[in-house]
Write a protein that binds this ligand. Structure first.
Ligand code: UDX
Length: 438
């Protein structure tokens, strides 16, 4: 099937590569000519495991190409995916100007019957507006246009795997023909066992926000619990294990720490709250999720202050800067929020990340970057574990702590075993578990 994909960000590029990998003829379109030039060289502009290889394979097989010309991407396309960014406005609502722009381009350039797929996370009601834009802006060559909501559920760091082996394919549509077109598109994945859920369009749009907000809720719940455990002497990891042993609750997304970051959760929780407010439906729980998330970074900062007394002039090393392992993405990374707080307090902050150092430096220029974890820890008065990279878990603790000025570790991801910390003589501040003094 000939497919156009508008937007080559994390979602768009993974959509391009995975649809091309299952045999479709895909053209990725982005306004940014520099990005397009880089993609034509088979070089993704962000790190995602397996993406570069898949781009190389599919481009070489003639299944995938990139253009900055929307006309080229729409020409002959039976399906066009809208994968553009939906960043927050100052009000918290999603800014949908790029979605509108993409819809106008479809209306102008599509030259046959077309299914327009909302892949970006958008508030309920957006499809109706996309549909109206298609009708208002149609230029003549476009045939019958249908809008479909098909939210993505891929996680950064495992996006290719999630995209090729999805938990579910959610399709919100208004006609049997549109459902069938989407089933035909995803046939290679459906044949491998991916379940399809068909709904109306507002349900699909709402379900995506509902999923992300609920996952964020789990994280904030366990982080609020962590504060309580620290005050009562409990162990949040053990509490989460007990909770997780109940099938109705589940253990995943109950890892206490510095909280959630990234592009999706912060923006989606806020956008969902704004949508509810705009529709006059009171949903204050959503605001609490974000408030507790911010407190998780504050709590880690307080531990550093507690451990070091005055932080002015002291060196704090942050290990892991990306918002989670497996990515170089530092957008809304808790590590950078912590860095800014510590810098404000007068600390010297040095960070290391296996993939995200350059992005972190660009986002927070006052942050010093070390070439490796040991270098970051050298002469540090405190190390804070911010991202649970395997490389950081496997560090030689003896080597790390002997290079430090004080053997103090604040573990913002509960990455280490408290018993080992005790043996190594570390003053160890985990999250929601008892402090171990050296
Ligand atoms: C998320 C959703 O999982 C995905 O379905 C959606 O399509 C996009 O948003 P992503 O942002 O890539 O994906 O990251 P995810 O793995 O969900 O983690 C989000 C954040 O929560 C990370 O900062 C992570 O460190 C944090 N997290 C996750 C916790 O703090 N504790 C947990 O138990 C789980």
């Amino acid at each position: 099937m000939k497919v156009g994909v508008v937007g080559t960000g994390h979602v768009g590029l993974v959509t391009c590569a995975s649809l091309a990998a299952v045999g479709h003829d895909v053209v990725g379109n982005d306004l940014d000519e520099e990005k397009v030039a880089q993609l034509r060289r088979g070089d993704p502009w962000f790190y995602e495991p397996g993406l570069k290889e898949l781009l190389g394979e599919t481009m070489q097989a003639g299944k995938l190409r990139f253009t900055s010309d929307p006309g080229e991407a729409m020409s002959g396309a039976e399906v066009v995916f809208i994968c553009v960014g939906t960043p927050p406005r100052a009000s918290g609502e999603a800014n949908l100007i790029a979605v509108e722009h993409a819809a106008r381009n479809v209306a102008k350039h599509a030259d046959r019957d077309v299914v327009v797929v909302e892949k970006s996370t958008v508030p309920a009601g957006t499809a109706q507006r996309v549909k109206r834009t298609l009708e208002r802006e149609r230029s003549g060559a476009m045939g019958h246009a249908e809008v479909v909501s098909n939210p993505e559920f891929l996680r950064e760091g495992s996006a290719i795997e999630d995209s090729l082996n999805p938990d579910r394919i959610l399709i919100g549509a208004e006609s049997r023909a549109a459902f069938d077109k989407m089933r035909e598109l995803y046939a290679p994945l459906i044949e491998k066992g991916a379940p399809v859920i068909e709904t109306d369009i507002p349900t699909a749009e709402l379900a995506k926000h509902a999923c992300n907000a609920f996952l964020a809720l789990k994280i904030s719940y366990v982080n609020a619990l962590a504060r309580l455990c620290e005050k009562s002497g409990g162990d949040v990891v053990a509490v989460a294990d007990v909770m997780g042993s109940d099938d109705r609750i589940g253990r995943s997304f109950l890892n206490a720490g510095l909280g959630y970051g990234g592009y999706c959760f912060p923006k989606d929780v806020q956008a969902f709250e704004s949508l509810a407010a705009r529709l006059g439906s009171d949903f204050p729980l959503l605001g609490e999720i974000a408030r507790i998330n911010d407190q998780s970074v504050d709590a880690a900062c307080e531990k550093v202050v507690e451990a070091l007394w005055n932080v002015e002039g002291k060196k704090v090393a942050l290990l892991g800067l990306a918002f989670k392992p497996g990515t170089d993405d530092v957008r809304n990374a808790p590590a950078l929020a912590l860095a800014r707080k510590l810098l404000l307090e007068g600390a010297r902050v040095v960070g290391y990340d296996p993939e995200g150092s350059a992005n972190a430096k660009a986002d927070c220029p006052q942050l010093e970057i070390a070439p490796d974890a040991y270098d970051a820890a050298t002469d540090a008065h405190c190390v804070v574990i911010c991202t649970e990279w395997a490389e950081i878990k496997e560090l030689d603790l003896g080597k790390l702590t002997s290079a430090m000025a004080y053997p103090v570790i604040v573990d913002g991801r509960n990455l280490f075993d408290p018993e080992e910390m005790k043996k190594a003589g570390v003053s160890y501040y985990p999250t929601g578990r008892p402090h171990i003094s050296s």
